[in-house]
Write a protein that binds this ligand. Structure first.
Ligand SMILES: Cc1cc2nc3c(=O)[nH]c(=O)nc-3n(C[C@H](O)[C@H](O)[C@H](O)COP(=O)(O)OP(=O)(O)OC[C@H]3O[C@@H](n4cnc5c(N)ncnc54)[C@H](O)[C@@H]3O)c2cc1C
Length: 410
């Protein structure tokens, strides 16, 4: 074996690549491994995760967790069961010494609140185990008896490779869709890629910076296609936060006949809300409408609803039935037009990727090319926000490392 020949090549040193190298070391793999990345440092996208704090996993039970992976729920379940959130936490805390904490909605973060620290402990763990080849751009990948990987620094050869060059979003982090090109060249089918977990440019509302829990429904050609109830943050460009970012996944390419409807009071039915309103109007005739509404929603939002219904300075006394119905309608069905198709580059994850029918769910090995494994966003798997995507990469990495260690080298 020359100095560019290895048993294992990890193509892409992002989250999935780092996790795979860690799992290989943890499982005691004794072959020669290299990790190749185009950036000067590994895990650039990882350092941006969780607004720089890294939401590394989510401590829900697997039966619940799997639902966050949309169409890939069934496919990813064996991986989550083999190496789940508790295993991830145990590895990070017991093996790497990274202190962790749980926040709302079972989200797990490092106590340091530093995604850079997470990246650093992962990198330090593998530094003496794998040859780290940064600043090395992979140009092409081919397979005959072994894998030949052409880079701008020369050609590397490997017995097996783990393809994990990421998705096609946040291109400045190095993930520019190359996974899909290499997988396709190796014979795989690529499910068309689309943005997921991405903010939405909508008709503007003067509510920038304000957040609340809401139910957001997407309508396409007049038909409701999905509803997500979660936190919504108004921004100057439109809406963001967990709810909007999740529903953005379903916005079609052609947005000409799409709109969103926001239910600002999702915990109460339309009829009950109307009845409560009648009661409040009766009890508080001298109160301004905006103040009655602010019992349910933040004052600024109440002000906007009062403006939209022409009731800015109106009092409860004398409110007509049609005005009351208008309020109920705006509170339960606030219509927002979508201004632009969500951008792939601003997406936190990429929907689509290598067709899962061509991948073993037990090992994440390709069913088409022997010795090829695929992990991370390269695959047609995307999770909701809350640590789901990093956990998926970690679970996949474990199965890949176990397969490499046990099936190939033992
Ligand atoms: C802003 C932001 C916040 C996020 N927050 C969270 C969070 O808190 N929790 C969570 O679970 N998920 C989060 N995610 C999603 C998560 O970061 C990704 O799902 C995860 O990084 C995917 O890992 P990956 O290894 O597949 O891809 P990446 O992490 O993108 O890594 C791919 C690597 O391959 C390299 N590469 C690509 N092409 C080549 C080439 N031709 N030659 C050499 N190297 C190449 C890249 O340089 C990169 O380092 C967030 C994403 C973003 C953008």
């Amino acid at each position: 074996m020359n100095d560019r020949s290895y048993n294992i090549g990890i193509l892409g040193g992002g989250a999935a690549g780092l996790f795979t190298a860690c799992m290989l070391r943890k499982l005691g793999f004794r072959g020669k491994a290299a990790i190749l990345d185009r950036n000067k440092e590994l895990g650039i996208k990882l350092t941006l995760t969780g607004h720089g704090r890294c939401n590394i996993t989510n401590l829900k039970e697997v039966s619940d967790l799997k639902r966050g992976y949309h169409e890939a729920a069934g496919f990813i379940t064996p991986a989550l069961r083999s190496f789940g959130p508790k295993d991830t936490m145990e590895f990070l805390s017991d093996t790497l010494g990274l202190m962790l904490k749980e926040e709302d909605n079972n989200r797990i973060f490092p106590v340091s609140d530093s995604a850079v620290k997470v990246r650093d402990v992962l990198r330090n763990y593998i530094a003496s185990f794998a040859d780290i080849k940064t600043d090395t751009k992979i140009l092409n990948v081919s397979h005959k008896d072994r894998f030949e990987v052409g880079t701008d620094k020369g050609t590397y050869t490997f017995d097996s490779i783990v393809l994990c060059c990421g998705g096609s979003s946040f291109a400045k982090t190095g993930s520019m869709g190359d996974s899909y090109r290499f997988a396709k060249e190796l014979g795989h089918t690529i499910v068309p890629i689309r943005p997921a977990l991405v903010p939405i440019k909508t008709d503007p509302l003067p509510l920038s910076g304000l957040s609340l829990k809401a139910a957001i429904s997407l309508y396409v050609s007049g038909r409701k296609t999905n509803t997500i109830t979660d936190d919504l943050l108004f921004a100057d460009f439109g809406i963001t936060g967990p709810g909007p970012m999740e529903i953005a996944r379903d916005i079609p390419e052609d947005i000409s006949d799409c709109h969103l409807e926001i239910d600002l009071v999702p915990d109460i039915s339309e009829d009950s809300f109307d009845k409560e309103l009648i009661g409040l109007i009766d009890i508080h005739p001298d109160t301004k409408i905006v103040n009655i509404l602010s019992r349910y929603i933040p004052q600024r939002v109440a002000g906007v609803i009062a403006d939209m219904t022409g009731l800015t300075d109106s009092y409860a006394q004398g409110l007509t039935k049609s005005s009351r119905r208008a309020i109920v309608s705006h509170m339960k069905h606030l219509v927002l037009g979508i201004r632009e198709r969500p951008s792939l580059d601003k997406a936190y994850v990429t929907r689509g990727g290598v067709d899962l029918r061509e991948i073993s769910r037990k090992t994440f090995a390709s069913k088409i090319v022997p010795g090829l494994y695929i992990a991370g966003e390269a695959l047609d798997i995307d999770g909701i926000s809350g640590g789901y995507n990093l956990q998926a990469a970690m679970s996949e990495a474990y199965l890949i490392a176990r397969s490499i260690k046990e099936d190939i080298y033992e």
